[in-house]
Design a protein around this ligand. Sequence first.
Ligand SMILES: [Zn+2]
Ligand SMILES: [Zn+2]
Length: 376
Amino acid sequence: MPGKEFTDPCVDCKDAEASLTVRGRRLCSNCYIHYANGKVFRRMERYRLRKNAPKDRRRKLLLPLSYGVSSTVLLHMLNGQLERQAAGGPYARVAYDLHVLVVDPSTISPSNPSCEERFAAVQQRYPMHTYTQIPFHSILQRDPEIKDTMTEFAGPGFVDDVSRSDQELLDAFRASIQSATSRVDIDNILLNRLIVVCAKEYGCEGILWGDSDSRLAAKSLANVAKGRGSSLTWQVCDGPSPWDVQFTFPLRDLFKSELELYAKQIPGLEDIIIPDQPVSENMSNRTLSIDELLMQYVQTQGAKYPGVMANVVRTVTKLQPAPVSEGQVRCALCGASAGSVEDLTGAVPGAGTQTDDHESRFCYGCARSRPDLVNR
Ligand SMILES: [Zn+2]
Ligand SMILES: [Zn+2]
């Protein structure tokens, strides 16, 4: 039988009509899925199935799911890989167990939809994993030090009223931070902390973050702008974090637009994803945080010059974490090295005259995000 004729054959399999263009190559849907999966599985090598792995102690990894396109696609990809491993015959084993953690999006921002149905749908669709959903304010219960840290950070006013619920406390704390940039900055730190605490509570040795290459590039630029350059090594690079939990960013070789394209190829996946809110509709550039602004920039410019954005992340990946030597303190809020105690007193504008210990418990980046009391 003569071979099928295609007007626009896929350059990989040459056995199907190409339906999309990826990095200048015309591919069919299946080959694109294969291509994107390959990029992610390569980043998961650290956790591959090992022949002599102890049978009684399987590795456990935490996947924080925000229902954004990236973390949802990551769950879909890893689920597929684990399902294939589990289906490999009577002695089949999977390389690790996945614990999916959802910090209820409606407790992070009231503009997010309620996600009870999504939570049920995602468990039904990927039933082989463990799932937990928690509210954002549960950080006050799970993280024993956070209340003291928040009190020092925002001033004692916000914990004065003992009748306040955890949710009210967290709301008051977040409301005390004035600029959009600082609010998003501190929210991200609190979310990070909550996720790390949960990873430890569930016995997970690592966290699989759903950051795309675009997101990592935006995060790199934003962190430098916010004076948080020193935490880039664990916020962007694969490796150990200050909390003894391994951080991995398996989507680091895919742009956000490529993950959106991936989601379109998988029937039903877009029903789980919460679409990004169009920026122009609900906020002006003045109320955008620097994180949001840079994400917008990376996505628009990244579409034109994808190599440049990939380069930002590749450059950061070459950074070595600064060793924490004796006499150095870790920031009470974000865990970054806060320098030596002497360094810090002078690091914050206006804080040079303050000599109390509290001041030195925060790094430069966090001190900059503090409510106005520092700069008064
Ligand atoms: Zn193909
Ligand atoms: Zn800090």
